[in-house]
Design a binder for this molecule. Sequence first.
Ligand SMILES: [Zn+2]
Length: 468
Amino acid sequence: RDTEEVLINREIFDHVRDLISKHSSDCWWNMSVEELLPQEILSRNGLGNSSDYRKGSDIIDIWFDSGTSWASVLSDDKVADVYLEGLDQFRGWFQSSLLTSVAYRGKAPFKKLVVHGFAVDEEGHKMAKSVGNVVDPGQIINGHSKATGIPYGLDVLRLWVANSGLQTKVAIGTNILDIHQEELFQLRKMLRHLLGSLRGFDVNILQTNYSDLLPQDQYLLSLLYSYGTQVTSMYEEYRFGRVLTLLQKFLSDLSKVYITISKDRLYCDSVQSPGHRSSLFVLYHTLEVLTKSIAPILPSLAEEVYKFHPQKKTSPLFHTLWYHLNPNWNNPDIEKLMSTAFTIRDKMNEVLVSEPPGNYDAIVIAKSRLYSELKKLQDAETSMDSPLCEILQTASTTLKSSQSGEVTADDKDIVIHGSHSDTQTEFTAILTKAGGSKCNRCRRNTAQSNELCQRCYDVLLQNSQLSP
Ligand SMILES: [Zn+2]
């Protein structure tokens, strides 16, 4: 009391330590000086009377508590892969952890630091209860979405967190959460479509050789390869927001470019046909890569998908390995080849606006370089099921070289001119009202009369012969 000197020695220290382990740290405040500092210890050490002393009321810096958490969390000499905290912690927790660990163990307690920003409202203002712009966690759990009226739930919140990335300010509010909820719906819809298409999946399809796949299927695998590779490297850099951008882009390509064109083959071709099996092969791998790629951000959804996996996986997804991408799938040549057909399709759709190309038979006349490329997508001069016809989505497609003579268009025909930028080659497409009538089964204008097209007739006949 008189000298303000600090009293510390081994025996007193051990005594207080024993009291704390027995009565918790509150005992420092509950117990008297006499209890904390027994007279017998003082006398033994020649330190006077306990009435000469007062309890210290300073607290140890909390940065020391949190800064030494590595000592409890990391056993032996281990170093954490990542410390993650707000970006204000460089002078706080990151520093106190670094200093204590370097002092005691001669090395940093972490390999990497990942920082996140601070949540602000949708206008970028700091959140405060007094302002009333705080997002209520109950709203996220129990629902208050303006658009749908159903709870956002865990997945929407996780999407928001992942999307906020490493920006310094992270806006949150119902408008932003509604956007993520819509993204989640789109993703669920796609996953459900994939699961539905793969119902009753024949595992022998997985033995299909890459070279036997249709060009448009090889194209999807090439996109899948590029998506999967980039996602892995973005995860390695903790760029979760970038993963979601890649996911949106891939979902859009998958839906607009692939699912649209392959539907007829998937739904209406014979289940034994090479084209149908080729599509299932790529959809199987797409489901696998897509599900695992979202698992770190949306674990519940990914696990839910896995429960319905076509191969009836018994082990939980998180007991399996990361996806495997076959390097053969990476195929820039097929991407180039497909770009030729996409150029014609895009130009056609631009002219037709919202009218389905399926109402027309198309004649495509191309100059030599483009013609020889397109020939790889359609061998016969006229086809209703070539890869080229599937991409253009017309009732039938006729492919001609510009050297094979003039083609005259009727007054009622739509004539489209364009050029392919890569090969600098011009083409003309003539669209004539489809000559066939609508098939009752596949709804394509490919039937001779009002009944079935030849393909559908053959499939039904085959099915009736197979069934008892
Ligand atoms: Zn049909």
